[in-house]
Write a protein that binds this ligand. Structure first.
Ligand SMILES: Cc1ncc(COP(=O)(O)O)c(C=O)c1O
Length: 398
């Protein structure tokens, strides 16, 4: 057996199951789950139609590189969305389809980490747990940067010592963040690119929540925007991760892409060829349809905006909670410790959330997720509103 497997932590939902085992929720209250970040809005029907009308492609082996039509649709989307000058993203070299960002984040880490160098994979803390598992299985050491309220829930990159950057092989960013909802500012992205050049590391920007934002006039920037503003037409050391899961409510389609540095993507393509993770052709054709449409994405944002407005209205005064920059999570402070809060909320109100300390690691005696919980506003509006009212009721009784 690969003994690195022993280093993997149980997934947060396993810890949550253990925390709630044996707890009896009130039978007269229906269960409301704010725990899992699974989009629940309707998948666009035109994507389902594109999928089903291409089922004859089941007879074809897909290529790892993917169809030119998909890579071109993605390159065009990136240029429009992130203000990248037309023609900078060469669909043949700067874009690769992936089966959702989860597998891509994992496989990318295996591609980039050089095992012989005892390197670091630096990630925000709290974080999406794949970053950590991918680093450990690649033979690297995870290094966590706390995301605290006093720094807008972003890591304080200026406080990272040079000896950490010297050992860094890969830096994960998550913007907007899971679970904090914080956006990494454009100026910070530019500073990080300069650091990547100085210390020779790769930046992997997980932007799978980038299309869930509040101001239609102000789509948030991403790492490609920073490259564009810096005139970095080769996207050197920069790779972004995007997905149809959240943007288009297609978590079951398993479709996303990576885009950026052509040399890194060439190595990633080689890795993926052996890994055996080509996207089925019918999925690629359905994905082309999804990336070429923004109407359903705007409608999706409107649904989340409505839910955030309603829920924040109810929770104001009951919990210390803010509207995030983007994404679909709330990351409130809890009046009692996060595990107790989670258990009591389940036991008294039949609402499930995730303790913040399950999504982060303790470093130097401090866990940046302690005394916070993650609430995913994925359920329909009426359910989110009811959950917020029950949370308010719990808070008033604590
Ligand atoms: C931060 C983050 N990255 C990546 C993913 C993976 O999403 P997918 O594989 O559906 O693209 C998730 C899923 O919840 C996530 O929260």
């Amino acid at each position: 057996m690969n003994d690195a497997l022993n280093q993997l932590q149980p997934y947060p939902f396993e810890k949550l199951r253990a925390l709630l085992a044996g707890v009896q929720p009130p039978a007269d209250k229906r269960a409301i789950a704010l725990s899992i970040g699974e989009p629940k809005h309707r998948s666009p029907s035109f994507v389902a139609e594109a999928l089903s009308s291409n089922l004859d492609q089941l007879a074809v082996y897909p290529t790892t590189l993917g169809l030119p039509a998909l890579r071109e649709a993605i390159a065009g989307w990136c240029e429009r969305r992130f203000r990248v000058p037309a023609g900078w993203l060469d669909a043949a070299r700067h874009v690769l389809p992936v089966n959702g960002t989860r597998e891509a984040l994992f496989a990318f880490t295996q591609t980039v980490v050089n095992r012989s160098e005892a390197g670091l994979v630096v990630s925000p803390n709290p974080f999406y747990q794949i970053y950590e598992g991918a680093a450990l299985l690649a033979g690297a050491t995870p290094h966590y940067l706390p995301c605290l309220a006093e720094n807008g829930f972003n890591p304080d990159f200026d406080a990272v010592p040079a000896e950490i950057w010297q050992r860094t092989q890969l830096l994960f960013l998550c913007s907007p963040g899971n679970p904090t909802g914080a956006l990494v500012p454009l100026e910070t992205l530019k500073k990080l690119i300069a650091l990547a050049d100085e210390y020779d590391f790769v930046i992997a920007a997980d932007e799978c929540y980038s299309e869930l934002y509040f101001d239609e006039q102000n789509p948030p920037p991403g790492l490609l925007t920073a490259c564009a503003e810096l005139g970095r037409s080769d996207f050197k050391r920069c790779v972004v991760f995007h997905s149809l899961s959240k943007r288009s409510n297609l978590p079951g389609l398993r479709s996303g892409f990576v885009a950026g540095d052509a040399d890194i993507l060439k190595a990633f393509l080689l890795y993926r060829t052996y890994h055996g993770c080509a996207m089925p052709v019918q999925t690629q054709l359905a994905s082309v349809a999804a990336w070429q449409d923004e109407v359903h994405v705007r409608a999706n944002r409107a649904l989340y905006r409505e839910k955030f407005d309603a829920v924040l209205d109810i929770l104001a005064g009951a919990l210390d909670v803010q509207r995030p920059d983007g994404g679909f999570y709330l990351w409130p402070k809890t009046p009692v410790d996060d595990q107790t809060f989670t258990r009591e909320l389940f036991a008294r109100q039949h609402v499930t959330v995730v303790p913040g300390s399950y999504l982060s690691r303790e470093v130097n005696g401090e866990n940046p997720g302690a005394n916070r919980v993650r609430m995913a506003l994925v359920a329909p509006l009426a359910e989110c509103v009811e959950a917020a009212q029950r949370i308010r009721e719990l808070c008033s009784s604590l």
